[in-house]
Design a binder for this molecule. Structure first.
Ligand SMILES: [Zn+2]
Length: 384
């Protein structure tokens, strides 16, 4: 007797049945006729393991609850955030992050990476809070925690040892910011060295300002190749790509290919600068994902925790309107996103984990346009 039989699921355009026993997918086939405790007819609705959100800041989300939004430049918003960060407690971070995490789960997100600030101002409070949440919610969402040097590595004399400690505590990867405190190349060197030493991936807020003087993508790519870290780094933002001329962009795309640099586009950054040209980056064949990034704070007062929200935003900003372009956006929040954050075995397979999300839509256009919530959420074989 099966625990769950999902009939008529639309998986990558094929109408299939999915059989679930305990926490495993027993079978996926054109037609399965076995008894099940629960039978659900998906009526050809799109069915995925779950959405992938490649980059967030759960430790700093929902700051708007205690301090109203103020407009201004990126550095101004950064300074407001820094002042609040000094007051963070583990309890306060946990409460805000958990609230947003629940919204992401409800929206159908199955894999989510969050960067967590680690420095002399906040210490390891964010890491402690997010590692505990990762464990608490492991049956519902796969959370990846990046120990993140938001403010730079060299400014306070303690960030590097704290990053090391965070990785020893169980952080999944290390994160850097290529323009932090003007550290540039030195900053990249230290973060990549930590990634190599701890055998973890790295991600960088890369060329985030969009200014040409902060353009470090070629340096990062060369360094990745020198260190044998091809395919092990995710570049978040890459805004300066939008400021390059045609020849320079061609050169940048070649570096992305050579280093197998993965790229995450965070469309809400449009509020303070131009965002990376996603179609050009996708044309390299590299893994490109989408990100909610900041949510309900000074950088993004209207974040929702639902990655479809940013998919819709990118569709409009860069005219992803043709059917194949909408499919591309959809893949950025599903299988391509999974490649960006190195999710193993994303997709349905016999004996795979029974994580199944049935969306209230029969086409990718409907998913993005209507922004509907999932009508069935199964995690580890359990209907949520
Ligand atoms: Zn970010």
């Amino acid at each position: 007797m099966l625990d769950l039989l999902i009939k008529n699921a639309n998986v990558n355009g094929q109408n299939v049945d999915i059989a679930v026993k305990d926490d495993r997918i027993m079978d996926i086939a054109d037609s399965i006729s076995l008894d099940a405790l629960t039978v659900f007819d998906a009526q050809n609705r799109i069915t995925i393991p779950g959405f992938v959100d490649c980059h967030t800041h759960l430790d700093k989300c929902l700051l708007n609850e205690s301090q109203p939004y103020q407009d201004g430049t990126g550095p101004f918003k950064g300074s407001l955030t820094y002042e609040m960060k000094k007051q963070f407690t583990v309890e306060d971070i946990t409460r805000r992050a958990e609230k947003m995490l629940k919204k992401a789960i409800k929206a159908g997100t199955l894999h989510l990476r969050t960067n967590v600030d680690v420095d002399g101002a906040v210490g390891l409070k964010g890491i402690e809070a997010l590692l505990a949440l990762k464990k608490k919610y492991e049956s519902q969402i796969h959370l990846q925690v990046a120990a993140f040097a938001q403010e730079g590595v060299f400014w306070d004399g303690v960030t590097e040892p704290l990053l090391r400690e965070a990785l020893e505590m169980g952080a999944d990867l290390v994160g850097g910011h290529t323009i932090a405190k003007g550290e540039g190349e030195k900053h990249i060197d230290v973060i990549l060295a930590l990634a190599k030493e701890f055998n973890v991936e790295a991600d960088f807020h890369l060329d985030e300002s969009g200014n040409r003087e902060h353009y470090l993508l070629p340096y990062l790519a060369k360094k990745m190749i020198d260190m044998g870290l091809q395919g092990r780094v995710n570049g978040i933002h890459c805004c300066t790509l939008s400021a390059l001329n045609e020849d320079e962009l061609t050169d940048a795309l070649q570096w992305i290919i050579k280093a197998q640099l993965k790229v995450t586009v965070a469309p809400t950054a449009i509020s303070t600068r131009n965002i990376a040209p996603a179609k050009a980056v996708l044309s390299t064949g590299t893994a490109v994902g989408l990100a909610s990034d900041n949510m309900r704070d000074f950088f993004n007062p209207l974040g929702s925790g639902d990655v479809k929200h940013v998919a819709l935003l990118l569709s409009y900003l860069q005219r992803f309107f043709l059917q194949e372009e909408v499919d591309e956006i959809f893949s950025m929040i599903t299988d391509k996103g999974a490649k960006v954050i190195s999710v193993k075995d994303y997709g349905f397979r016999p004996n795979g984990q029974a994580d199944i999300t049935v969306l209230d839509a029969t086409t990718t256009n409907e998913v993005i346009a209507y922004q509907g919530q999932p009508i069935l959420l199964v995690r580890n074989g359990v209907i949520l």
